[in-house]
Design a protein around this ligand. Sequence first.
Ligand SMILES: Nc1ncnc2c1ncn2[C@@H]1O[C@H](COP(=O)(O)OS(=O)(=O)O)[C@@H](OP(=O)(O)O)[C@H]1O
Length: 212
Amino acid sequence: MSPICRWSVMPKALDGQIVMEKTPRYFVTPETPARIHAMSRDIKLIVVVRDPITRAISDYTQIISKTPDIPSFENLTFKNRSTGQIDSLWSPLYIGLYAKHLERWLAYFPLTKIHFVHGERLISDPAGELGRVQDFLGLQRIIRDKHFYFNKTKGFPCLKKPEGSSKPHCLGQTKGRTHPKIDPEVILKLREFYQPHNLKFYQMAGMDFGWQ
Ligand SMILES: Nc1ncnc2c1ncn2[C@@H]1O[C@H](COP(=O)(O)OS(=O)(=O)O)[C@@H](OP(=O)(O)O)[C@H]1O
């Protein structure tokens, strides 16, 4: 089902409150920018992006957890493995063509309305990344370093004490799963494949994300 975006399905808010809605498919669904623009031009958009290769492996990890019998990541990556032709329409790879998706959004929204969260830094420096999100939303920087700790078992930052709870909180078991080991040659091919797309994306977003 393609994402809907109408005020009628959004929760009501008082003055001074911010309503947030999060649907990963918004960024890549072609009809969404026009629909959101028709709903509100003043909306602020936040996009979390990470290295498209890690993103694809993460996506694949999620898919095999539900359908374990599908072919390997390596096989699905290629249209034809012997010629090395990448299947750019395979959804886990297609979603990582960020410049292509951003182009559609920029036809409706100025860059100043779009904030990119750096996925890798969200893990290494969650407070810094969330600091920039708070600035973008025009909020006081309330969420800070002191709110996080690194959970060694989980391998990710977790909240020390979420609101309304006295216990620490990590994201659930479906976030931060162990990824399968992928053939390094396939990773190399994917690096070559994504490089021009990544560079274009850095230019468009005005930010170098550092994915090699
Ligand atoms: N603090 C913390 N804890 C756990 N996981 C974290 C955290 N910060 C970022 N991440 C990364 O978020 C990835 C999962 O987010 P998704 O975008 O896939 O979520 S969603 O399914 O779209 O809701 C998830 O991807 P995987 O590692 O592939 O599971 C994580 O790398």
